[in-house]
Design a protein around this ligand. Structure first.
Ligand code: ATP
Ligand code: MG
Length: 319
């Protein structure tokens, strides 16, 4: 078996590990794996109690990677994320104490509960893949992937992420409420003694490491993209800029994100070329946070995903 096949196997096992803790939510699990392959950041949205935190914790537990989790609270300071200079009395010198961003997989839990200054420190680290303290840049490890969770319901004391910075997330995944069958299975597991705080007891163990991820990333980069498919991606993002329901369309960065995500999805599906269907499959999670509804459309109850579907339907598909 070649490196790429081994890597694909390892990622399949990651899904199995996650499933030991999380019932269903397949689309979110797939999205997280795609983001890992692309080294892209993810915004994970869902109402309270749909297993956002559990999913990311289970993913961390199934990977041999450095992971850290930060609960974003109203009193969190930028230095609590990036690290800061601390004075050492013994040596009478300042030394840098690394913050939790110095890891491979950072769970930024409830990111919209912290004030903009602290959010900005994280968003900057995400984009630059380094932090600058006291004028000195310090590189973050590779891979460095942030999975931020947020609640769609705006409660008092929450700070929505600045629209302009949402573009820094490769994907925005939404976790729906479970079906009746899934919810029954969740209850059955709890009745049988499943404890979400103890993933090791549930048998979740690390099954893929940096070498698997590196091999997978290499394989994804070798996935072919025909000129017609690239033209299709460009036509789709340009069409979002023409949509009468949107005041802001997708940026060129969004187009490159869609290309990367579609490639990873093609590889995960066992192909070495991207089809227009791959592009369609990844359009919602890659683009939904990069557009803005017009106020009128919002008042009429128009939903972003619906607008994206209409845009896709309006663009001729290459064959
Ligand atoms: N699909 C699911 N599979 C397994 N357990 C689930 C599922 N959905 C909910 N649960 C249960 O609900 C609990 C709450 O999940 P979790 O704390 O991860 O939710 P959350 O989405 O992060 O909520 P919040 O927004 O309040 O932080 C889990 O620990 C688990 O016991
Ligand atoms: Mg949570």
């Amino acid at each position: 078996m070649g490196d790429a096949a081994r890597a694909r196997d390892a990622l399949g096992r990651v899904r199995q590990e996650v499933a030991k803790a999380v019932v269903g939510q397949d689309a979110a699990v797939t999205g997280l794996v795609i983001a890992l392959l692309c080294r892209g950041h993810v915004l994970l949205e869902g109402v309270p109690g749909v297993a956002k935190t559990l999913l990311v914790r289970a993913l961390s537990a199934s990977l041999q990677l450095g992971t850290a989790r930060v609960q974003f609270t109203p009193d969190l300071m930028p230095g609590d994320i990036t690290g800061s200079l601390v004075y050492d009395n013994r040596t009478s010198e300042f030394s840098f104490r690394e913050g939790p961003v110095f890891t491979n997989l950072l769970l930024a839990d409830e990111i919209n509960r912290t004030p903009p200054k602290t959010q900005a420190a994280l968003l900057e680290a995400m984009e630059e893949r380094q932090v600058s303290i006291d004028g000195r840049p310090r590189k973050l490890p590779d891979p460095f992937v942030v999975i931020a969770t947020q609640n769609p319901v705006e409660y008092e004391g929450t700070y929505p992420l600045p629209e302009a910075q949402l573009d820094r997330f490769l994907l925005k995944l939404t976790m729906p409420l479970p079906s009746r069958d899934v919810e029954l299975e969740v209850l059955a597991r709890h009745a049988a003694g499943f404890d979400p705080r103890d993933l090791a007891a549930a048998g979740v163990s690390p099954v893929a490491g940096p070498a698997d991820l590196a091999a997978a990333t290499r394989a994804v980069r070798a996935v072919r993209v025909e000129p017609q498919v690239m033209a299709y991606i460009v036509d789709v993002v340009r069409a979002t800029r023409q949509s009468p329901s949107l005041s802001l369309g997708v940026s060129p960065r969004g187009a490159t994100g869609l290309l990367a995500a579609a490639r990873a999805w093609a590889w995960m599906s066992g192909r070495d070329f991207v089809t227009p269907d791959d592009v369609k499959a990844l359009a919602r999670p890659t683009l939904r946070h990069r557009v803005q509804l017009r106020a009128e459309a919002e008042l009429e109850g128009v939903q972003v995903d619906g607008v994206l579907d209409a845009v896709l339907a309006s663009v001729p598909v290459p064959r």
